[in-house]
Write a protein that binds this ligand. Structure first.
Ligand code: MSP
Length: 644
């Protein structure tokens, strides 16, 4: 059987899953399900990237042994993926024993053949992105990628001879113009290659939570070198099955990690004389209502809460809410480009495409079949060939879309067919056909709807597996591969018209829903105003309160802003984030006294520049007349703790 091996990036475990990260796994699941319908034996991997300094630090902050912290975090990613119905074949953790073995084996081999050598590294390191940086890479002394402070690193470690593979990579790129997609990412990497490659450090002497370098226990393998190898582990590197499973057909990743996948990983494989993956597809980023989604801005959409809220507000069960989210993520934007998440557009899509078009088609079909089919002799249930032709043609065009990962275009075509059937109901007027005893046309009408729905359920399945299952159960048909679909008379007729997919949100409910969903928090009833309190109009709602992201932060640095007596520049740590805040407290505090103190900050305030310094948030202080005091927690608590 034809095989297809696809992978997602593996996720850093000290980041909570957000809409952007899960969108990649959902897209990969779409591809996996589509490929299975082509009759292929699909190997589909996703998982967690667990080693690194920041994981070590987070475990320490949480007072947990790092292994336990990693196991808990990986389990929560995995259970979310299960909830999202991700049909992975392997959820790989970089702490899995087979992976550790493969990493050590490859490291040893590269060292033995001289592709890894001992040297010393002096430069910068971004802990968030786990990237080594040159002085010239930095932007205003910060990481060019995430904008965070970088650490100065000076240590003896091992290097991989990346530069040696520059020419081989250039030839590979020239001969395989579709190796990296979309084309703009290919062009970017081609420019990097033409600009020249330098050897990269692939071990750390200061990070303990990593895979030990097999011949030098003082060093651990650099987390990216370790992580990239996960793809070979999944394919069974070093075991008899490897040649059958490798190369990967598709590495699906985000645009921020193209150099690792398009240059470093292929160079490692060239050095190991292993075939290169067939394609690397780099998708764009999900932004939030016009802004980059980031913890610093506090606008990260939490998928679990969003699903719970969608389900509670709309009144659908959770698997349907998951599908509604999967649909929105797949239908919005052009895959590969950045997309903007908008609660309003998600609800509009829900109403038009799911409730109105698809939900309505299923309901009316089931109702009409239950009502009319007893009067129509079975041989008259012949689907209309013209409509069949249209379905077959659309299906062929759909393959081109899905082969190129153009999910939205494929879904658009599918919905065009939904609407062909809906329009057919209006044009054919089945009630009139029944009344006039026009059984031949009525039979053709009902059969077309049923066979059409069977096709549609299969076409929808890669995107919305639960919806597909429910439609198929309602019409009594099975899921099939593409080649098994045939425009032939239905054998059995459904009699139960009770399946309802998506109820419609009424226009007068829409604003309430939007307000409720805006924070993506659990829905809570709004309590009545207690007697004696200000009038309700003076109250703010719980949604308004939730807009404020108040966090505990520790002051790491504090200094006066030159030429002012009022402004102090603070550099604070809020959990995994570090940021600069400029505050007007210079007349009340000596900056040196603030270092090491915990304060409370508004974490999601729009950043603004004060005296040319970008201030990312504000701190809370109480003031009365000339008196001012900073608010601080009564007892020390972990940085980043939320204030409710
Ligand atoms: N651990 C590395 C990947 C190692 S792969 C050998 C990593 N992890 S990550 O958790 O930061 O990102 C995982 C994937 O999620 C990446 O492909 C990244 O591009 C993607 N996304 C993270 N934020 C995203 C959005 N806002 N939107 C879309 N995808 C995003 O990098």
């Amino acid at each position: 059987m034809d095989r297809f091996f696809l992978t997602t990036a593996i996720y850093y475990i000290n980041d909570k899953p957000h809409l952007g990260s899960i969108s990649e796994t959902i897209a990969a699941d779409f591809v996996a399900r589509y490929q299975r319908k082509l009759g292929r034996d699909v190997l589909f991997s996703t998982g967690t990237d667990e080693h690194s300094q920041k994981v070590e630090k987070s475990a320490l902050q949480k007072n947990l042994p790092v292994e336990e912290y990693a196991a808990q975090a990986a389990a929560s990613w995995k259970s979310l993926f299960d909830r999202l119905r991700i049909s992975y074949s392997r959820f790989i953790r970089t702490t899995d024993t087979d992976h550790v073995r493969v990493v050590q084996q490859m490291f040893q081999q590269l060292f033995d053949q001289g592709d890894i050598y001992k040297g010393s590294y002096e430069g910068w390191y971004c802990v968030k992105d786990e990237t080594f940086l040159l002085e010239t890479d930095l932007v205003e002394s910060k990481c060019p990628q995430c904008g965070r402070e970088v650490q100065h690193v000076s240590e003896a470690n091992y290097f991989f001879r990346l530069s040696k593979y520059q020419d081989a990579l250039l030839s590979w790129y020239t001969e395989h113009r579709d190796f990296v997609q979309p084309e703009m990412r290919y062009n970017e990497l081609m420019n990097v290659l033409r600009g020249g490659l330098r050897d990269i450090s692939v071990s750390r002497s200061t990070v303990k939570w990593g895979i030990p370098v097999p011949f030098d226990p003082e060093q651990t393998v650099y987390v990216w070198f370790d992580a990239l190898i996960n793809y070979a582990t999944v394919a069974g590197y070093g075991r008899p099955e490897f040649p059958e499973r490798w190369p990967a057909d598709l590495h699906l990743i985000g645009k921020d990690i193209t150099r690792f996948h398009g240059i470093i990983w292929p160079a490692m494989l060239l050095a190991l004389s292993v075939e290169l993956p067939r394609h690397v597809f780099a998708h764009g980023f999900w932004n939030f209502e016009g802004e980059k989604m980031s913890k610093t801005l506090g606008n990260v959409v939490d998928p679990s809460t969003l699903i719970a809220n969608l389900s509670a507000l709309i009144g659908i069960d959770e698997p349907l809410a998951v599908d509604a989210l999967r649909y929105y993520l797949s239908r919005e934007g052009t895959y590969g480009m950045d997309v903007d998440f908008s609660t309003q557009r998600m609800l509009l899509r829900f109403n038009t495409d799911l409730a109105n078009d698809l939900g309505n088609l299923l309901n009316r079909t089931l109702n009409m079949v239950a009502k009319f089919s007893p009067t129509v002799p079975h041989p008259l249930l012949q689907p209309k060939p013209v409509v069949g032709q249209l379905f077959a043609e659309t299906l062929a065009r759909l393959h081109a879309d899905y082969d190129g990962l153009q999910f939205s275009a494929g879904l658009e075509k599918t919905w065009a067919l939904v609407n062909v059937l809906n329009k057919m109901v209006e044009d054919d007027k089945p009630w009139a056909l029944s009344k006039n005893g026009n059984l031949e046309e009525l039979g053709a009408h009902l059969a077309t709807l049923l066979v059409g729905l069977w096709y549609l359920a299969n076409m929808i399945e890669p995107c919305m597996p639960t919806v597909a299952e429910r439609i198929l159960a309602a019409i009594g048909r099975a899921p099939v591969t593409w080649s098994e679909l045939s425009w032939t008379a239905p054998e059995h007729l459904p009699t139960d018209a009770s399946t309802v997919l998506f109820p419609r949100i009424q226009p007068d409910q829409l604003d309430t829903f939007l307000a409720e969903l805006a924070g993506h928090r659990a829905v809570e009833p709004v309590p009545e105003a207690p007697a004696g309190e200000p009038s309700p109009s003076a109250f703010i709602s719980i949604e308004d309160v939730a807009k404020l992201h108040l966090r505990v932060a520790t002051v790491l640095e504090a200094e006066r802003v030159p030429e002012t007596d009022k402004l102090v520049r603070l550099f604070v740590r809020t959990g995994d984030d570090q940021r600069t805040i400029v505050a007007g407290i210079g007349k009340h505090y000596d900056p040196a006294d603030l270092i090491g103190k915990q304060i409370i900050i508004v974490a999601n305030l729009q950043p603004r520049k004060l005296r040319g310094i970008a201030s990312q948030g504000m701190l809370l202080a109480a003031s009365a007349g000339d008196d001012l005091t900073l608010l601080t927690p009564m007892a020390t608590i972990v940085d980043g703790a939320e204030i409710h």
